[in-house]
Design a protein around this ligand. Sequence first.
Ligand SMILES: Cc1cc2nc3c(=O)[nH]c(=O)nc-3n(C[C@H](O)[C@H](O)[C@H](O)COP(=O)(O)OP(=O)(O)OC[C@H]3O[C@@H](n4cnc5c(N)ncnc54)[C@H](O)[C@@H]3O)c2cc1C
Ligand SMILES: NC(=O)c1ccc[n+]([C@@H]2O[C@H](COP(=O)([O-])OP(=O)(O)OC[C@H]3O[C@@H](n4cnc5c(N)ncnc54)[C@H](O)[C@@H]3O)[C@@H](O)[C@H]2O)c1
Length: 485
Amino acid sequence: MSENDSNVIRREVDVVVIGAGPVGENVADRTVRGGLETVIVERELVGGECSYWACMPSKALLRSGQALRAARAVPGAAEAITGELDVPAVLARRDSFTSGWDDAGQVRWLEGANIDLVRGHGRLSGEREVTVTGPNGELTVLSARHAVVVATGSTATIPGIPGAAESGVWTSREITATKRVPERLAIIGGGVVGTEMATAFASLGSNVTLIARGTLLAGLEDFAGEYVSDGLKELGVSVHTGTTTDRIERASTGEVTVSTSAGEVHADEVVIATGRGAHTRDLGLDTLGLTPGDWLSVDDSMLVDGFDWLYAVGDVNHRALLTHQGKYQARAAGDVIAARATGSALELAPWGAHVATADHAAVPQVVFTDPEVAAVGLTEAAARDAGYDVRVVDYNLGWVAGASLQRDNYRGKARLVIDANREVILGATFVGPEVAELVHTATTAIVGEVSIGRLWHAVPSYPTVSEIWLRLLEEYGRPRVGESR
Ligand SMILES: Cc1cc2nc3c(=O)[nH]c(=O)nc-3n(C[C@H](O)[C@H](O)[C@H](O)COP(=O)(O)OP(=O)(O)OC[C@H]3O[C@@H](n4cnc5c(N)ncnc54)[C@H](O)[C@@H]3O)c2cc1C
Ligand SMILES: NC(=O)c1ccc[n+]([C@@H]2O[C@H](COP(=O)([O-])OP(=O)(O)OC[C@H]3O[C@@H](n4cnc5c(N)ncnc54)[C@H](O)[C@@H]3O)[C@@H](O)[C@H]2O)c1
């Protein structure tokens, strides 16, 4: 590209955001609201991974099976269920949630929010500068007066299992967008994607084998993975934990053989669900002295270490690979960029308006398996490792009146991890059918540092599953007179 090249469009704006996933969209929304002219660059679909190949399609694929099992667990309703899932209807509903992989609706949202879209692949090309290669090779050079925000997300990693690359394996993209349900499906990886997709496709009629090198859902409380393993087995999934995958081979017939330490698995398709890598390989990081392919390390206002104009928000900074947490970071980052640009007051102390403090203490996550797992904050092991004086209280969710009304044979467990010195909650985990909505109360209690004594005054309605809160408090004990705060 030469300076005088007439085919190069040059434009100066206040803020350039690279990546129009949920996080980039939210940063841009906040900078525009803060009075800054903002351009967003997108190489694929506006809405990002979450809208088309992750959160939305995966949850749509899971929901119908969950609703059917819920009805079957309630006598009276169960008798009314006479058939199986309507697979084409489930896939059609998934298609409606991805708008048929068409981003026109999200583009309209950008227009309504006064965010300018430049389609193409963005690369950092110098200080405060991004060069975009458009769909027909045209170049647009965007100079940012105030900030460049990298919100390019993450991509599925394919480990170096011999034969994987040549066998046409699927990742989360192909499984969430599939137009057919494979008769036999092997899934490698016992994390969130692996367990959710095993649940979805077992419900849709696949014969699923889940191969995990360790336990399921490592990183959460151990009992979460154990309950989910039992749930998968009840759905007919063959669960192999502590199992390594040595080779993947596709025969000319199309059949795939997965050789593992537990024997051979034969399948029609294999999904690799072994984690994510930073979407930064072809981003021009080297022009700034950074390493392509690395996650971008940031401070709590999302400024990349060593820069005063470069921000990294969402999956790409590796703080929490979750849409809601990335959008939380985006609100802080968008507002801090606007505040720094206009010279307004900054709030950078913990829990201030311009920092994502909750990333360190209160990241909620729901795993939409059956049973569901809803967790926030520290696990018991993480709290002990962090040096807290920990008290743990557990309770059987099936003993709560609201749970037994919800369905027969309700099975589940809840745990609070409590800082015994300050008597505040550090972490909470709920495992059971439809527990997703329970976790926000725990998030609020952790963020607000609400004392156990005060929580006794937060009365859950009878007979709801939320009465688990009262049972957990009873297990912990009521503060004596003079002790409550
Ligand atoms: C199967 C699956 C299910 C999931 N389910 C959930 C869930 O239920 N709940 C939840 O909270 N999280 C879920 N996640 C995680 C969630 O998808 C991510 O945390 C979220 O998408 C991150 O948003 P983001 O905007 O940072 O990145 P992305 O959504 O990945 O968006 C990044 C955007 O940047 C664009 N881009 C990248 N590089 C460039 C470039 N150089 N130039 C221009 N554009 C570029 C991409 O095309 C993309 O549109 C799931 C993930 C997977 C894989
Ligand atoms: N409901 C949700 O919120 C939701 C759903 C799906 C994904 N996500 C997010 O997306 C991210 C990615 O999910 P994921 O399941 O791909 O990653 P993950 O980190 O949750 O799980 C990866 C799994 O693969 C295993 N693994 C890693 N390398 C391996 C190898 N070489 N061979 C065999 N196994 C290997 C790990 O031990 C782990 O069990 C997660 O961080 C998660 O937060 C969230």
